[in-house]
Design a protein around this ligand. Structure first.
Ligand SMILES: [Zn+2]
Length: 243
């Protein structure tokens, strides 16, 4: 028994792992209880062509497919029990982004990959590229949640994650309160491709945590479009629920 295992066992004894939504005690290797995981609102976009996620990318040539795993409604605080499934998904996204739970991002992405794999959604994809954070934001947050989503997908599909080609060269403003046209301007020209020749002919799955207007993912695809034979698909953990 090594020291790390012993420390973790002791911590689990003092602070037993609880489901982040219902606070039920979790079994080993669970990050959520099965009933909360099953109740999260799926979009089923893996089997719906021209779905709401794909709508944001229809103008892009060689765009293959897109989908978001869950619908969510934003929440101000993760601690409020709402009983609303869309708010529950919003609480998880908040934990992932602001409360140091990138493990939940990988867990939900792996769940999505297991549920979607049979539909052929990941068929033919060569590389998974997470939307990069600017190095300053990465330093402040300590992790890139999109990278963990990519890892979760890769763990199930076996498709490699690539973080070396797409880079973010400017730290744009937070977009949450911006209108669509402002979001588009805010991210234009902030992503660049290093060693583009490596990506010629590849089918790239771009990955982000949430999708609102698609402006960030479109800005990522922009520099890749010059590589004439590249194909693109997108995956997001969640999309806003239009009521
Ligand atoms: Zn639960």
């Amino acid at each position: 028994m090594n020291l790390r295992y012993l420390t973790q066992s002791l911590l689990d004894f003092i602070f037993p792992p609880l489901c982040p939504l219902c606070k039920r005690l979790l079994k080993e290797d669970e990050l959520m209880c099965p009933s909360c995981l099953a109740a999260l609102p799926r979009t089923e976009q893996h089997i719906l062509r021209q779905n709401r996620t794909e709508e944001h990318f229809v103008s892009i040539k060689r765009f293959k497919r897109g989908g978001s795993f869950l619908f969510y409604r934003p929440v101000r605080s993760f601690s409020l029990l709402s009983g609303d499934r869309f708010h529950d998904a919003g609480r998880l996204l908040r934990l992932i982004k602001y409360y140091n739970r990138p493990d939940l991002a990988a867990y939900l992405a792996a769940t999505a990959a297991r549920e979607w794999e049979e539909s052929g959604f990941f068929h033919d994809v060569d590389l998974i590229i997470p939307v990069p954070l600017h190095p300053h934001r990465l330093r402040d947050r300590g992790y890139n949640q999109s990278y963990y989503i990519a890892l979760g997908l890769s763990q199930v599909t076996g498709i490699p994650v690539d973080t070396t080609h797409l880079v973010r060269t400017a730290n744009n403003q937070h977009q949450a309160r911006m209108k669509e046209s402002e979001r588009e301007k805010n991210v234009q020209g902030i992503f660049h491709i290093l060693n583009p020749e490596d990506l010629v002919g590849r089918h790239i799955l771009l990955v982000d945590d949430i999708i609102t207007t698609g402006s960030t993912l479109r800005a990522c695809i922009q520099p890749l479009r010059r590589l004439r034979t590249c194909r693109f698909s997108v995956f997001a953990l969640a999309a806003t629920r239009r009521s």
